[in-house]
Design a protein. Structure first.
Length: 255
């Protein structure tokens, strides 16, 4: 059904406003997702660094969130491109930064789950050797509240199990191994009255021969009982060690 004459001008005005805000500010690249929050994200995460929107980083996520507290996201950097850091952030979350990943001896690929507070772009940026940040992302529609609702299963995580890692490893031809892990942890955002922030903060991945494979730093928007998927350059067991923001120990192995 076509828009009525009363609705059409409003739609045009909103589109024009988004376009204006997305282009605002000198040196701020135009946002292909037309998010009013992009200039703030650019200043917060990149400041004076060069930022480009291109197809180097492929970000995959559902168009709509069935569960705002568990939105699956994966990011892959185009094959053959060396990057030193990936960061993920969510424009309209009250706490935008999701994680920072360093694929030291690994593929620049990462799968994870996040909380979203409302409809928003979810973005992943990769920094190449020349210092340029390449940004990819997509919008997800969401009913909202994923960051400010109590964790649905937090009460089921026994205190003695917090920090336990369940992990599996599969061989990847020509690469090494794909590792999927799940950490028993409530991962509270601290945005719920009376519940302090309590979340997985750092994970390091090491091969059996002592090689450091990857470093992951995560923040409050990561979903409860965090799940991560990585592609690591080893065909043997992977040791996982880290801590949460209260210095609680996290440890496990993908045999």
């Amino acid at each position: 059904m076509p828009f009525s004459s009363a609705v059409a001008p409003v739609a045009v005005l909103c589109a024009a406003l988004l376009a204006t805000v997305a282009h605002a500010g000198p040196g701020v690249p135009a946002d292909p997702l037309a998010s009013p929050q992009w200039p703030a994200m650019q200043q917060r995460f990149f400041r004076d660094a060069t930022v480009v929107f291109d197809d180097l980083v492929e970000v995959t996520l559902p168009p709509a969130a069935e569960d705002s507290m568990q939105v699956p996201v994966s990011a892959r950097v185009r094959s053959g491109t060396a990057v030193d850091t990936l960061i993920a952030f969510i424009d309209f979350n009250p706490i935008p930064k999701v994680l920072e990943y360093r694929p030291l001896d690994a593929e620049p690929y990462l799968g994870f789950r996040v909380r979203v507070q409302q409809a928003t772009p979810i973005r992943v940026a990769a920094r190449t050797a020349d210092g340029v940040w390449h940004v990819g992302g997509a919008w997800v529609d969401a009913a909202g509240g994923g960051c400010t609702l109590p964790s649905a299963n937090a009460a089921k995580v026994r205190e003695e199990d917090i920090g336990h890692v369940a992990a599996r490893r599969w061989p990847l031809d020509g690469i090494g191994s794909r590792v999927k892990l799940r950490i028993a942890h409530p991962n509270d955002t601290g945005l719920i009255s009376g519940t302090p922030a309590f979340f997985v903060e750092a994970l390091d991945f090491t091969a059996a021969d002592g090689r450091r494979l990857a470093e992951l730093r995560s923040f409050e928007p990561v979903a409860e009982s965090p799940v991560f998927v990585l592609e690591l350059h080893t065909d043997g067991p992977v040791r996982i060690a880290g801590h949460d923001n209260t210095a609680g120990r996290i440890a496990g192995e993908a045999p």
